[in-house]
Design a protein around this ligand. Structure first.
Ligand SMILES: [Zn+2]
Length: 215
């Protein structure tokens, strides 16, 4: 079951490791089949190059494990993935990493300002969801609330979270946030964070509508 989804989740999680968004099993990735109401999720702390697609863990939206061929531990942020997939029926995939530039803003507790057009692809400002300990239900709730009305959010003192209609789209949004975060950080180093100019909410709304992107 879910063979194509498993292949795609593994491909993207490997891509995320190769592109430096995460390392050796860091971060976590999931995608759901809405007809079956089953999702494939990466295991906890396992390099994505140490197992095959068939080894991904399959569960239902209540977290009941349905497939786990290698008896691996599910991602420590499974609760967060399930909460997001339950709360946002229009999306099918969740991508969470500790991408460095984005995480710098998560540590500073400041949004990544929309300083480049890439920001239109995920909702403009990438805000910060209040800190909760990793792997807890409280973090899942904070993430769901923090990402309301948008598709990317920072988890305070932790990392980056993006959602999408498929896992590649969710991953790409993480790449975009990371790109914008890097430029925002460099600009802030020169003129100070408060002086970095960003697109206005009106400009963001206009461009997202024009591009057909739903927040
Ligand atoms: Zn994390």
């Amino acid at each position: 079951m879910l063979d194509a989804i498993k292949e795609e989740v593994l491909r993207i999680s490997r891509l995320a490791e190769e592109s430096g968004l995460c390392h050796h099993g860091g971060g976590n990735f999931s995608m759901i089949d809405r007809d079956l109401n089953q999702l494939a999720i990466t295991p906890h702390a396992e390099s994505r190059f140490s197992f095959e697609a068939k080894d991904l863990i399959v569960m239902d939206l209540d977290g009941k494990i349905l497939e786990n061929q290698k008896n691996l531990s599910p991602s420590s942020e499974t609760e967060m993935h399930l909460a997001l997939l339950r709360a946002r029926p229009e999306i099918n995939a969740v991508c969470h990493t500790h991408a460095r530039q984005s995480s710098t803003f998560a540590v500073l507790n400041k949004p990544v300002k929309p300083v480049l057009c890439e920001a239109f692809m995920y909702g403009g400002f990438c805000r910060v969801a209040p800190f909760e300990l990793p792997g807890t239900k409280e973090l899942a709730l904070s993430a769901v609330k923090g990402i309301e009305g948008t598709q990317a959010v920072l988890l305070q003192k932790h990392g980056l979270l993006t959602i999408g209609t498929n896992i590649y789209e969710a991953y790409l949004k993480s790449v975009y946030v990371e790109d914008v975060a890097e430029v925002c950080l460099r600009a802030a180093a020169i003129v100070g964070y408060d002086n970095v100019e960003a697109f206005s909410e009106e400009e963001i709304d206009y461009m997202m509508r024009k591009l057909g992107i739903v927040g």
